[in-house]
Write a protein that binds this ligand. Structure first.
Ligand code: AMP
Length: 286
């Protein structure tokens, strides 16, 4: 496995790749969720490049950029053992040669101003910015992203298509802890008890799915707002001291919202446990 820090060397190595080049962008602190992305890339591509870069521009002023877990030795071992061919771990100056980078994709309001885009202003602009720069450097045939960050995935698809990147975006389903909590690098901020309680996020979303299926069977129209507020109350009941940021039901394809539960719905949730923000989502169909 090659470990590359410089943009110049990465570009040179990329040019030598024959066959399909797969790319897995990460911020490190790798876990089984990342592993699944790596696996997917190694299955469908000839060469897999993983990047490890904690991107400062996607963190808000009061967020955890400085404290974000950095576990490089372990990350490199995971990459090595799981078939990554090249790890790209640039420095901040390699990605952002100017101190106040202004470049960026203009995300549509429909995708950018909802859910996490509303709660974390500037976050997705930072994500789109770093992914577009990484795509310019890596020039991947295929890039793999997780459904855990579902809105991010939608924005990356929008960006890739709008900017005419010659890259296919492949999605991987959410990988979960045994108790149901979606795996995340930030889960290590939680105590074992909090982790256990956080398993209720999935339980509540699954409850909504069952309700949606029952209503469909009975041909009953379910008002979306009512279901959302019921789910939010259930979350605060089951996870004492959590703060619900949002629970929303939207169309799984374009993230639009209707008044009544319709076909191809997906439920999205974001909650705080202490200072740790957790997000999750589940396809609820109907
Ligand atoms: P991050 O390192 O958190 O920026 O995540 C890098 C990639 O891994 C993103 O495409 C995430 O959506 C994906 N990812 C993170 N956690 C999971 C998970 N639990 N299941 C599937 N994909 C994940």
């Amino acid at each position: 496995m090659k470990i590359i820090e410089s943009v110049k060397e990465l570009r040179k190595t990329r040019k030598e790749i024959t066959g399909k080049a797969g790319f897995v962008p990460t911020m490190g602190a790798l876990h089984r969720g990342h592993l699944e992305l790596i696996k997917k890339s190694t299955e469908i591509c000839d060469t897999t490049i993983a990047s490890i870069f904690v991107n400062p521009t996607q963190f808000g002023k009061d967020e955890d950029y400085d404290k974000y877990p950095r576990t490089l030795d372990n990350d490199l071992q995971i990459c090595e053992e799981n078939g990554v061919d090249i790890v790209f771990k640039p420095k901040k100056e390699d990605i952002y040669p100017l101190s106040n980078p202004k470049v960026g994709f203009r995300i549509s309001e429909e995708l950018g101003n909802i859910l996490c885009g509303k709660s974390r202003p500037g976050h997705f602009e930072g994500v789109a910015q770093v992914v577009s720069i990484l795509f310019n450097i890596v020039d991947p045939d295929i890039a793999v992203f997780g459904e855990k960050d579902y809105q991010q995935l939608a924005i990356i698809k929008e960006m890739t298509s709008s900017l005419r990147y010659d890259t296919e975006i492949v999605a991987v389903p959410i990988i979960r802890e045994p108790g149901g909590l979606a795996m995340s690098s930030r889960n290590r901020y939680l105590t074992p008890k909090e982790k256990e309680l956080a398993g209720n996020i999935l339980k509540v979303m699954e409850g909504v799915k069952v309700k949606a299926e029952e209503a469909r069977f009975d041909r009953r129209a379910l008002p979306v707002e009512f279901i959302e507020s019921e789910a939010a109350s259930r979350l605060t009941e089951l996870i004492p001291d959590c703060k619900v940021d949002y629970v929303e039901i939207r169309n799984t394809n374009d993230l639009t919202k209707g008044r009544f539960l319709a076909r191809d719905s997906r439920i999205f949730a974001a909650i705080f446990i202490g200072k740790t923000r957790l997000i999750d989502n589940l396809y609820i169909g109907v």
